[in-house]
Design a protein around this ligand. Structure first.
Ligand code: TYD
Ligand code: MG
Length: 459
């Protein structure tokens, strides 16, 4: 008889190994391995596999004959920012994971949408963190007073699923997956095994009952995600709620979505009465901008279908170290090195002996090559102490030869810049060709190289 096998699973990243390790080869964390029972299927080797006595040939169907007359049913949540990230509302029977650091506002967001959803649907809010009384207090602070919201303070996953099947609410919210447990499993709440098994159970309930589930998952500070990472492949959509604790606005980002695009973001602001939508993020991100300081330049990035303007700040200063510092907040560190290299080699600006700091104001992440030109201009502006005019905006991808390459969505970016009151826009000459220039009042300056861009800002 085969010996009952056990495996070891990293509680940080879910890495599986047949032996215990002091340090996880997957994520590099120490002392994170826990013993877990090996799944039964893994024990059967492929050689000795028995033939299944089920015949599935009757179940195989041609795609044309699958009945799909019914569109996927979506419930609008009442917050258009959230609806956009979800791809147009919450899909019936879907499992949505809402991840984020503790205290970022996940429970607040989900409680708030209950107000609108509760007008037509029954909602079961299951909390393993707060008592019903605490939730009620928070709800009344947020102005949530729907009759259709039912509360349950419980953390027994199987009992919750039984209750859901019996009571049939139309929407279920689980806050949070780290507090849920299955009694039969020996590992503690929040461990990889518990999180995975609970998610699987919720998934089965969601699919069989066609009830959408929102599941909250906490993410720890350094982004190493204990729970949510192991759940990502199970759930239908993964949304991350991000933001800096000391800044009031929050960005909701989809990193996986089986029912929509993953490029969309939603912007919220945390107020004393809960989260408020920010339909016009550019305005918020540009407010309070210094106008007479060198090292600032405005960039335009596309977040899904929406252009967003953000301010890039650079500070180039004499270094006190033999190896100068380069730091980038909100921009790719390696890309910064590349831009500095291009500035040195192609334009003859030298950054040796100088510290370079880049900051994208407002916690936005510029992960699009179109932000290159603004970074380069900000660096140049700080290095030469030349102010880039506050009504100038720039975008374009930088090539290694110092040339500027065409970017996508040029027209949308230009219209957003014009709408926000900018007067000059520096963009790659290639992209300028694709724009109907007569439509715009903003002055469009097409440039072929970084040198020309510097000339255009008055270098
Ligand atoms: P919460 O939703 O409890 O966070 P999470 O569920 O992600 O852990 O958010 C808590 C934070 O939000 C808390 O630090 C206080 C702040 N907050 C407000 O600023 N205004 C409000 O109206 C509410 C309800 C919370
Ligand atoms: Mg919470």
């Amino acid at each position: 008889m085969a010996k009952l096998k056990s495996i070891y699973v990293c509680s940080q990243c879910g890495y599986e190994s047949s032996k215990w390790n002091g340090r996880c080869p997957g994520c590099g964390e120490w002392n994170t391995f826990e013993e877990a029972a090996a799944p039964a299927a893994a024990a059967a080797s492929s050689k000795g596999r028995q033939r299944s006595n089920r015949d599935l040939s009757e179940l195989i169907v041609g795609i044309g004959s699958v009945e799909a007359s019914r569109d996927e049913v979506r419930y609008p949540t009442g917050l258009s920012e959230l609806d956009r990230v979800l791809g147009g509302g919450l899909v019936r029977g879907s499992l949505v994971l809402l991840g984020g650091e503790p205290g970022i506002g996940k429970s607040t967001l989900l409680l708030q949408i209950c107000n609108f959803l509760g007008e037509d649907h029954t909602i079961l809010y299951v909390s393993g963190e707060e008592s019903a009384r605490q939730i009620k207090l928070r709800a009344s602070r947020l102005g949530v007073d729907t009759e259709n919201l039912y509360l349950l303070a419980e953390n027994d996953c199987e009992a919750i699923c039984d209750a859901v099947i019996k009571e049939k609410p139309e929407i279920v919210i689980i806050d949070s997956i780290q507090t849920m447990s299955i009694q039969g499993l020996s590992s503690a709440c929040g461990s990889v095994t518990q999180v995975r098994e609970c998610t699987n159970l919720f998934m089965r309930t969601a699919k069989s009952e066609e009830i959408p589930f929102f599941i909250v998952g906490h993410v720890n500070k350094d982004g190493a995600i204990a729970g949510p990472k192991v759940m990502e492949h199970i759930v239908d959509a993964v949304l991350y709620f991000e933001g800096q604790r000391n800044l009031s606005y929050r960005i909701l980002r989809a990193v996986k979505n089986r029912f929509g695009s993953t490029n969309e973001i939603g912007v919220f602001e945390m107020r004393d009465k809960g989260l408020a939508e920010v339909p016009n993020p550019s305005e918020l991100l540009l407010s309070g901008r210094p106008t007479d300081v060198s090292g600032c330049c405005v960039a335009c990035v596309m977040e899904g279908s929406r252009p967003i303007l953000a301010e890039v700040q650079a500070l180039v200063t004499k270094s006190g170290f033999s190896v100068p510092r380069r730091t980038a907040a909100g921009f790719d560190y390696n890309r910064l090195y590349l831009i500095i290299a291009v500035l040195e080699k192609r334009l003859g600006f030298f950054f040796g002996g100088l510290d370079v700091y880049i900051n994208v104001v407002g916690g936005l992440k510029l992960d699009e090559p179109a932000a290159d030109l603004s970074i380069a201009l900000a660096l140049y502006s700080s290095l030469r102490d030349k102010i880039v005019d506050e009504r100038t905006i720039a975008f374009g991808e930088l090539g290694l030869g110092g040339e500027l390459r065409a970017i996508s969505y040029a027209e949308q970016r230009v219209s957003e810049a014009e709408r926000m009151g900018f007067e000059r826009c520096i963009l790659p000459a290639q992209s300028l060709k694709s724009i109907d220039t007569k439509r715009f009042k903003i002055k469009l300056i097409g440039v072929r190289s970084l040198r020309q861009a510097f000339d255009a800002v008055g270098g």
